[in-house]
Design a protein around this ligand. Structure first.
Ligand SMILES: Cc1cc2nc3c(=O)[nH]c(=O)nc-3n(C[C@H](O)[C@H](O)[C@H](O)COP(=O)(O)O)c2cc1C
Length: 250
């Protein structure tokens, strides 16, 4: 393996640079612009059992130090991702990818994970229990050690591939949730997802994004991400994929 190579639960990557879920679509959209094979891998857009249109516009707002998004898990549904998006990506990307599994119930997480688990191009399952942009599900599962461990344990029952839990920074005690996921059998952790934020339009005095509150990402979250990764790294033994303007594997 070259100097930049990393191994995640037995999966060898040529480098640790992974496009974060939701920031890179299903990958193939970027192929006309540059050779996406320079990436270590790609984490696909969060995928649910059924197709979703996401939240109404406006669902993006720029702000000091980054941006807010409230996409609301727009995706074509797991069957379409497997039958169309991944084959389209395979034409232009020669490496394995990370499937980002989202859901509104434990059963949905399990079903979506089981379908992705059977796909050859998928190296690893990233279980998104941290989406702040949906009314139920998402972050709700990542907000307590108990619900995080239930999702993790049930997904592990059907998954042969490594299961990495993507944690929410919108909690009081991140280490408690990380330890619960590890105890439930998680092979690794991904952190952090976006911070819950709000942007007000000074002209109207109203929130810009339709959902009022939305996920804050960008340069300003880096110190928060580093602090949480530091805390979690000291309290678990499983690998961590760092996200938040950082791309590291610890
Ligand atoms: C437009 C947008 C959509 C996102 N969609 C997802 C998603 O579907 N699943 C997920 O786990 N994270 C999603 N995220 C969170 C990112 O993967 C990442 O955790 C977060 O943006 C922090 O990293 P950054 O500051 O480097 O962007 C999304 C972020 C953005 C900006």
């Amino acid at each position: 393996m070259n100097k930049l190579g990393v191994t995640l639960s037995g999966w060898e990557l040529a480098n640790p640079v992974i496009a974060a879920s939701g920031t890179f679509g299903f990958g193939h959209e970027f192929a006309p612009w540059y050779d996406i094979n320079i990436l270590g891998s790609i984490s696909l857009k969060g995928t649910t059992r059924e197709p979703r249109f996401g939240n109404p516009a406006p669902r993006i707002a720029e702000c000091c130090g980054g941006m807010l998004n409230a996409i609301g898990l727009q995706n074509p549904g797991v069957k379409s991702v497997i039958s169309q998006e991944i084959p389209d990506l395979r034409k232009v990307f020669k490496k394995k990818v990370i499937a980002n599994v989202a859901g509104f119930s434990v059963e949905e997480y399990v079903q979506v994970a089981a379908l992705f688990d059977a796909v050859e191009e998928v190296a690893l399952l990233e279980i998104n229990i941290s989406c702040p942009n949906v009314k139920s599900g998402g972050m709700a599962f990542g907000s307590s050690a108990e619900s995080a461990s239930i999702v993790c344990r049930e997904v592990k029952k059907v998954a042969k591939k490594p299961v990495y839990m993507k944690l929410s920074p919108n909690v009081a005690n991140i280490t408690e949730i990380a330890q619960a996921a590890e105890a439930a059998g998680a092979d690794g952790l991904v952190l952090i997802n976006t911070l819950l934020g709000m942007v007000i339009d000074p002209a109207s005095g109203k929130p810009i994004v339709s959902t009022k509150m939305a996920g804050f990402s960008g340069p300003a979250i880096k110190p928060v991400a580093l602090r949480m990764i530091y805390q979690v790294y000291s309290s678990v033994k499983i690998p961590i994929i760092g996200v938040g303007v950082i791309l590291v594997q610890l």
